[in-house]
Design a protein around this ligand. Structure first.
Ligand code: EPS
Length: 404
């Protein structure tokens, strides 16, 4: 239903993106994209480039009179650093840096200078993804869905799981917003700051872990019927496509793998109450969970519980201390040369992952509701089947496959 493309080099004139498939009638201005673009740029341990760029997106198509028209939305984000690169003679780059796309890109495309790989492989491209994701968040927001993220570990320094568990998701988001490490645990954030500082002194880089959460999702997004319609796979792929992301789990998947099935699966209970769901005014009996070890998905379909993704980022590949490599021009062993970069980008990656999750969820919502306009989607959303006992009548009679 939704598609997006990005184009542009890290030090070229601009990044562009086209988002196709947004319904008409969504209120949208460039200001709606500003907050996430700024959030992506804040992080203790970011490199010098973030002092140069102050990202803002221009909307060049698909929005008129402050609302989407249903046409492709075209975005433009200027690279301020381009001014310095425009007329400059660029030194040859012939020694591939381990961890980057320098060598793999050259093998694949036959580049005669490795910068051609660097320019497009750079995580600068994530600015365009965040702008696209902000539009997807605006759509989801119309249906009460919101997405946040927070850092849980940097360079082996982790939040205290008990302190984290005591905080609601909203409290975690709020605390993370107030921290340039995007960490909701102030004590852990201080220890992380020390670790990042040590990292910079040691001329090295760090990776870490973060969580992305979506709240307010209706049950029934995604499908169990086919591999490419399972929301689990779509989310894992989308978040795993982000630069330096090497692992994504749904809920505590790796912990679950060590437990008994009876300890893992979220048991189902019947509860009666007044539920704060669209279109419901009376008391009803609902199927509820007391745990969410499934991370909000069963059979590739949302359960209505919070969607929980845990993400692992490798240390940034550009290190001030050289790594051993080979100069492809001379054929001799050579140490890598340093290119300005980040020391720690874990907090920023969380914001990028929010954008990718927003894109996948907006796509799944459109798939569920159809609709060319927001006005068409709203009544359909209100009529969605919920996990209410009354919504799930059973035949309760024997039956046969009936296939010869
Ligand atoms: C990046 C290297 C650095 C980062 C960049 C990603 O850029 P530069 O080489 O210009 O210093 O700052 O990220 C961004 C520019 C950004 O906007 O996130 C890399 O090699 O991936």
């Amino acid at each position: 239903m939704l598609r997006f493309l990005t184009a542009g080099e890290s030090h070229g004139p601009a990044l562009t993106a086209i988002l196709e498939g947004m319904p008409a009638g969504l209120p949208l201005t460039a200001a709606d994209l500003a907050s996430d673009l700024a959030r992506r740029q804040i992080s203790y341990g970011a490199g010098g480039r973030m002092k140069i760029e102050q990202d803002s997106a221009r909307i060049l198509g698909g929005v008129m009179a402050g609302q989407t028209t249903g046409a492709p939305i075209a975005l433009w984000i200027e690279n301020r650093d381009f001014a310095k690169w425009r007329e400059r003679e660029i030194d040859p780059m012939t020694t591939p840096r381990p961890g980057h796309a320098d060598l793999t890109g050259a093998v694949k495309y036959g580049y005669r200078d490795l910068r051609l790989a660097l320019e497009r492989a750079s995580a600068r491209e994530t600015a365009a993804r965040v702008a696209v994701g902000a539009i997807c968040k605006a759509l989801l927001g119309q249906f009460g869905v919101r997405i946040g993220s927070y850092v849980t570990a940097i360079g082996g320094v982790a939040v205290d799981p008990a302190r984290l568990a005591a905080l609601s998701y909203d409290a975690r988001f709020e605390l993370a917003e107030g921290s340039d490490l995007r960490c909701p645990d102030p004590e852990a954030a201080e220890a992380m700051r020390q670790r990042v500082w040590q990292t910079m002194q040691a001329k090295d880089t760090v990776g870490g872990l973060f969580e992305v959460i979506a709240l307010g999702l209706p049950p029934g997004l995604g499908s169990h019927v086919h591999w490419d319609r399972r929301l689990s796979g779509r989310l894992l792929g989308a978040v795993g496509s982000i630069h330096a992301i090497k692992g994504v789990e749904i809920g505590p998947a790796f912990e679950n793998a060590e437990k008994w099935g009876t300890e893992v699966h979220d048991e189902i209970f019947l509860a009666e109450g007044n539920w704060e769901v669209p279109g419901e005014t009376e008391r009803s009996r609902r199927l509820v969970r007391r745990t969410n070890r499934a991370g909000g998905l069963e059979g590739g379909i949302t359960t209505g519980e919070p969607l929980v993704l845990r993400v692992a980022m490798k240390p940034i590949s550009t290190t001030l201390n050289p790594l051993r490599s080979v100069d492809l021009a001379s054929g001799q062993p050579n140490a890598t040369a340093y290119e300005r970069s980040d020391f720690n980008a874990v907090p920023r990656a969380g914001v990028v992952a929010e954008a990718m999750v927003a894109f996948v969820l907006a796509d799944a919502l459109l798939e569920k509701l159809g609709g060319d306009s927001l006005a068409e989607m709203q009544p359909r959303f209100a009529a969605l089947r919920q996990a209410r006992l009354e919504d799930l009548p059973m035949d309760n009679t024997p039956w046969r496959f009936g296939i010869e």
